[in-house]
Structure formats: C-alpha cells, structure tokens
Write a protein that binds this ligand. Structure first.
Ligand code: MLT
Ligand code: MN
Ligand code: ZN
Length: 309
C-alpha cells in the first residue's frame, strides 16, 4: 500500500496568504529554514493504479499536477482517482471537490453529517450525480472502497468518531460549548489493504485522545495524526487569532494533555504529524520545538512524502 502526502499543512496552507508570522516569513524567504506546504490531503493506493483521496483540499489542482501517479493516462479523459473519502466538512477538506468536476466518475464517501453539509450547499452540485456517487461511511464498520462502478480498489476503511468540532462555517453560537457538534462531524479512519494486515490510521483532526481512541491506537504500525498547533495558545500569543487550539477542535502537540504525551505509552511504531498549521514552530527545520518532537519519535509530514507499508 502506498501513501502519498499531497498536502501536509492545515487550513490556509503554509505560508498562509495573509499571515506575516515568523514561520510564514521563513517559508516565503525560501532560504532553507522552512519548506512551503499545501493543504491537508493524502492519496492511497493498493496497486499504484487506482487511488483514493483522503480529503479534497483547496490546493487539489496543484497537488494532482505535482504527483504524476495522479495524472490521466488512458484515453481522452481519465483519472487514477477513483474515490474520495472525507473526514470532516472543513473548508480545507472539501473545497477541492470543486476541482474534481468535469464529468469524471467518482465515489464520494463521508459520514451522514458531512454529506448533509455538502447536500445543503448547491455549489457541490457541480459534482454531477450522473458521475459522482455519494456513499455513506458509517462508523465502526469496515467497508471496502469501490470505484463508481462498484469495483473494489483493494482498500477498506473503518471510520470511527473522534473528539472534534463541527466545521467553522456550520457552528451554531446558540448551541452552547460544542457549537452544535454531533457524531460524524469529525471522524478518524483505519485504512487497510484488502486481505492483508497492512493498515494505518489517518486522523488529521482530533481534539483529544479519549480512552476509546487511545485503546484503538495502541500498538498501531503507523498513525498520521493532527499536528495543527504546537502550543494551545500559539495563535493567541502570536497575535494571529483569538482562538486556542481547543476552541478550534484541535489537540496540541506539547503540554500535559498534548498528543506527544498522550502517545508516549502507546507503542505506535511510526508517528507522523500532518495537518500542520502555519503558526506551528515545528515547521522551522531547526527550531527547538522541531527537535523536541523528533526526540519524542515523531516525523513532520512534508508534501510529496511517500510512505509504503
Ligand atoms: C480546522 O482544521 O480547524 C479548519 O480547517 C479551520 C478552517 O476551516 O479554516
Ligand atoms: Mn483543517
Ligand atoms: Zn503564519
């Protein structure tokens, strides 16, 4: 099974268009201190021929152009992308669906909540239903991924609810502390090569490692995990935003409740941070924070990275 990191940055990408923080400035300087990154998405294939996208980022067009495995190669119109799986309805995970229009057969998998968000927005009708089939992704139920014609592509996914928050543009300020978040707004995925033990976890958005998630991840071979912020307060203290990581529905890397500490006893073989926000100092190649996460056994994903399991 091949995993291609199409985009390793969080919403806004790195550098973000309007951000003048130290980390974004380093990416713009292009002097070796930091590598620019596009927004959150991976592609996975069992056979190298048929690919499933996991999340569809606003940078989708560039990501396809940058990855030859995703280029058309048969006939007048073709794409190796046969299916798309969504983990939430955030802008950085669904806006790229608009790039995938033009009468291309696709199967689109998402939770009922995420399908509801797409169904409620008529712009997504550009994905012509004659070509794009929207399919349910129930939790706790392993499901084979199939192309539009119902042919398996050699991958199965099991979705599970993780602590998180409804998409920013769907927040209900009257709904109290969780803004109207419901089950299915944020899911994690276990992706398995059909008929084998090859499997990994993809969890690009997560607010906490609760006991069920901790139990699920114990002993995993590979986890690609939410690396949005290093410190919960970093956007506030940097003058970038009034929001903490917790307010945005993201666990931070550092601190007592952070992901580094939560994973420390979990015996996960390979741990990769993905969905990294432009404010996160781990994006600076030689920062103390980068050294800290690497010392703890974590990798920082980068666009174009390929993982084979
Ligand atoms: C998030 O990951 O919190 C969202 O992508 C934020 C956003 O919608 O920009
Ligand atoms: Mn995001
Ligand atoms: Zn920035």
């Amino acid at each position: 099974m091949r995993i291609l990191v199409l985009g390793s940055a969080a919403g806004g990408g790195f550098p973000q268009w309007n951000c003048n923080c130290e980390v974004c400035r380093a990416a713009r300087a292009d002097d070796g201190r930091a590598v620019a990154r596009t927004q959150s998405s991976i592609a996975v294939s069992a056979d190298g021929e048929r690919w499933a996208l996991f999340n569809a980022s606003p940078d989708m067009r560039q990501q396809i152009n940058d990855n030859p495995a995703l280029h058309p190669r048969v006939g007048a119109r073709h794409s190796p992308i046969s299916s798309v799986v969504l983990t939430n309805a955030d802008v950085d995970h669904v806006a790229g669906l608009l790039t995938l229009r033009e009468r291309q057969p696709l199967a689109l998998y998402a939770s009922a909540r995420v399908h509801g968000a797409l169904d409620a927005n008529p712009i997504f009708k550009v994905l012509n239903p004659d070509f794009v089939e929207r399919r349910p992704l129930p939790v706790e139920c392993a499901q084979e991924l199939c192309d539009r014609d119902g042919m398996g592509i050699g991958l199965s996914v099991e979705a599970f609810a993780v602590p998180g928050k409804v998409a920013l543009y769907l927040e209900n300020p009257e709904a109290g502390a969780n803004f109207g978040t419901a089950e299915g707004d944020t899911i994690g995925l276990c992706v398995r090569q059909t008929g084998s033990d090859n499997a990994f976890f993809y969890i690009p958005g997560c607010a906490a490692l609760d006991p069920p998630l901790t139990a699920r991840l114990k002993g995993a071979d590979l986890v690609l995990f939410d690396g949005t912020l290093y410190r919960d307060q970093e956007m506030v203290s940097g003058g970038l935003s009034p929001k903490t990581g917790q307010r945005m529905g993201h666990i931070s890397m550092s601190g007592p409740g952070g992901s580094i500490s939560a994973f420390s006893g979990l015996l996960v073989d390979r741990r990769v941070f993905i969905h990294i926000n432009n404010s996160n100092p781990v994006l600076l190649e030689h920062s103390p924070e980068r050294q800290e996460v690497e010392r703890a056994g974590w990798e920082i994903a980068v666009d174009g990275q390929e993982i084979e399991i």
